[in-house]
Design a protein around this ligand. Structure first.
Ligand code: CP
Ligand code: NVA
Length: 304
């Protein structure tokens, strides 16, 4: 299968990723200026969601429509995917009918298998292990507010989850340092940490992690699929809330990001969400622009 896929940030080169970020910034400006750009006329995006979503669904669907194409929402509840049709068969059939496919699912392996059998480009719209589309939006947001993220120090506070794993990949691909503050037993993927030891460190103390940071990021304590662990996790992460006081320890021009949905009073305080250092709404909006740039890259090979 010759299609390029986007299953993790490692699937694209550093130059390609930088190109997508710059293109996303341009597409955003054009969109704001009312410029119509519809290179996807007749193209169809298949969207498979095995987990809930607000931002991912709307940004992909709106993005596809703005580029002149259309999108089909597929849930396991009303497709054969939910009735056990093999993933390999689904991939071959769906990719023969649509031009590009995004998948939000549980096991990362399932996404990899789908991509292996797909004739169309496949995009990871979140798995238990990674959420690379969110990182495109996060990096775009940082670049828009502060310029290049290269050489900066980014601090992850909380669960070593799919977002945190993608931050490790981003540290490598966008060339920044990452400090992860998490309780014992909630570290990001060990192999990933080991492979990126030159730029990733794990500490236990959020205050230590926040010092000298240019960007603080957090995410929910219990991700989708971990709902039954909520109480246990609330205890484990009690000291890991991002507040304006924690932000005060970071560099003067540090920003705060959260992929959303946010649980105020848990991983982030009410005040922090309203703090001028929080750029979470820009970050959410940029999902639209970053994914338009990504789809353009995967379908048309990028534009300048
Ligand atoms: N950040 C993010 O992926 O949000 P949704 O779960 O709403 O898609
Ligand atoms: N870590 C969260 C991200 C949601 C966008 C989850 O997987 O539920």
């Amino acid at each position: 299968m010759s299609s390029r896929h986007f299953l993790t940030l490692g699937d694209l080169t550093q130059q390609e990723l930088d190109g997508i970020i710059q293109r996303a910034i341009k597409l955003k400006q054009d969109h704001r200026n009312g410029v119509q750009y519809m290179p996807f006329k007749g193209k169809v995006l298949g969207m498979i969601f095995e987990k809930s979503s607000t931002r991912t669904r709307v940004s992909f669907e709106a993005g596809m429509s703005q580029l002149g194409g259309s999108a089909i929402f597929l849930s396991p509840r009303d497709t054969q995917l939910g009735r056990g049709e093999p993933i390999e068969d689904s991939a071959r059939v769906l990719s023969s009918m649509v031009d590009i496919i995004m998948i939000r699912t549980f096991e990362h392996k399932k996404l990899e298998t789908f991509a292996q059998y797909s004739n169309s480009p496949v995009i990871n719209a979140l798995t238990d292990d990674y959420h690379p589309c969110q990182l495109l939006a996060d990096v775009q947001t940082y670049v828009e507010h502060r310029g290049s993220i290269k050489g900066k120090t980014v601090t992850w506070i909380g669960d070593g989850n799919n977002m945190c794993n993608s931050y490790i990949n981003a540290a490598r691909q966008f060339d920044f340092n990452l400090v992860v503050a998490c309780p014992e037993g909630y570290e990001p993927m060990q192999a990933l940490v080991e492979a990126n030891q030159d730029r990733v460190s794990i500490v236990r103390d959020p205050a230590e992690a926040a010092r000298h940071s240019d960007l603080l990021v957090t995410d929910v304590w219990a991700s989708m699929g971990q709902e039954e662990e909520q109480l246990l996790r609330e205890k484990a992460f009690a000291d890991y809330q991002v507040t304006p006081q924690l932000m005060d320890l970071a560099n003067k021009d540090a920003l705060f990001m959260h992929c959303l949905p946010a649980h105020r009073g848990e991983e982030v305080s009410h005040e922090m969400m309203e703090d001028p250092r929080a750029v979470v709404w820009d970050e959410a909006e940029n999902r639209l622009h970053a994914q338009k740039a990504l789809m353009e890259f995967l379908l048309l090979g990028g534009q300048s």
